[in-house]
Design a protein around this ligand. Structure first.
Ligand code: ZN
Length: 84
């Protein structure tokens, strides 16, 4: 392979790799943003390579705040009606 074609090939591979990494990062960001269940604190610490200490769990993120407002309800009868 000629040198100029080799450099074009390397450049294309580099761009393709950069795009793939950007898509992976964007997918992770979208997943984090759409996650309305898990506490954000361990997710953030994991992202930055830190350990999560459950003793310092402040329960102050938006997802943890929502959990406090959840109401437990027995829906067994309604579920059985749907199945029959
Ligand atoms: Zn939380």
């Amino acid at each position: 392979m000629e040198a100029k074609y080799k450099s074009i090939f390397v450049a294309r591979v580099s761009v393709r790799t950069a795009v793939m990494h950007a898509v992976i990062r964007l997918t992770g960001l979208a997943s984090y943003s759409e996650n309305d269940v898990d506490c954000r604190r361990p997710l953030q610490l994991l992202h930055f390579g830190e350990k999560f200490d459950s003793g310092n769990w402040g329960n102050k993120c938006d997802n943890c705040s929502k959990i406090k407002t959840l109401v437990e309800k027995d829906v067994t009868e309604s579920a059985n009606q749907l199945l029959c």
